[in-house]
Design a binder for this molecule. Structure first.
Ligand code: PGA
Length: 241
């Protein structure tokens, strides 16, 4: 795995956005795998800037998001569809029809999961997958467990994750307890992965993920088996490296 330690959050965001820009320059119809959470917000801001300055053209780009809560509609301010529209899609020249976020309100969630994987396949797979990391080592909503699932599936969020995400809701009881997430196999099939982590609270999990063993209780550790991963951390998240 390649590791880049940047001076601060601003330079981390720039580093990640530059890599995405390069991928799109080399392949204008690139397929991006995107993540939500606080960490990639700065990267999205940069991508919007680059698009405004005509440094990136999103007109032929397709995107697939990692995950979505089950049970809150896309117009809800905490849905991941809303997040993506607000931070990226509404501000760039992307064809909105090419942006994909799992539908957490689908009548038949199993069919939705299968169709999502099929859609990724039919676009030729993901060229670059952006990941954050949970304090518990989750990627997407692939939570620590004794086994992990390959394809897009329904997942029960752990107490840690519900607690961490409650900062965005009025009360913890409003936080959805289930989500749709791409599986570990979907992530491992991406041609390239960049994982971003910022701040002191991520320092322990970043050093664990890099320990020389794969453990399904730290889902991000599976990335050790991927041939093209770059971990981009700021000095705080990388302080044990
Ligand atoms: P964060 O979330 O970027 O808000 O820290 C990361 C994650 O839970 O995957």
């Amino acid at each position: 795995m390649n590791i880049i330690v940047t001076e601060n959050y601003e330079t981390l965001s720039e580093e990640a956005a530059k890599r995405i820009a390069e991928v799109i320059k080399n392949k204008p119809n690139a397929v991006l795998g995107l993540a939500t959470g606080s960490t990639p917000v700065g990267m999205y801001k940069k991508l919007v800037e680059y698009n405004r300055e005509n440094q990136i053209d999103f007109s032929q780009v397709t995107t697939f998001n990692l995950d979505e809560y089950i049970g809150i509609p896309s117009e809800h301010s905490q849905s991941y569809r809303y997040f993506m529209d607000h931070h990226l899609f509404n501000h760039i020249n992307i064809d909105y029809k090419r942006t994909h976020v799992p539908n957490g309100m689908a009548k038949d969630i199993k069919v939705e999961c299968e169709a999502y994987d099929e859609r990724i396949r039919s676009h030729g797979g993901i060229d670059i997958q952006v990941l954050g990391i949970g304090n518990n080592g989750h990627i997407g909503f692939n939570e620590p467990d004794s086994s992990l699932i390959v394809g897009t599936h329904v997942t029960e969020l752990t107490e840690d994750t519900i607690q961490a995400n409650s900062r965005f809701f009025n009360t913890i009881s409003e936080v959805p307890t289930k989500a749709i997430t791409m599986g570990i196999g979907d992530i491992m099939k991406a041609k390239e992965v960049i994982l971003l982590a910022s701040g002191n609270s991520k320092a322990d999990i970043i050093s664990k993920l890099l320990e020389d063993k794969i453990d399904t209780h730290i889902p991000a550790s599976l990335l050790q088996a991927h041939p093209n991963v770059t971990i981009i951390v700021d000095q705080q998240a990388g302080k044990h490296l």
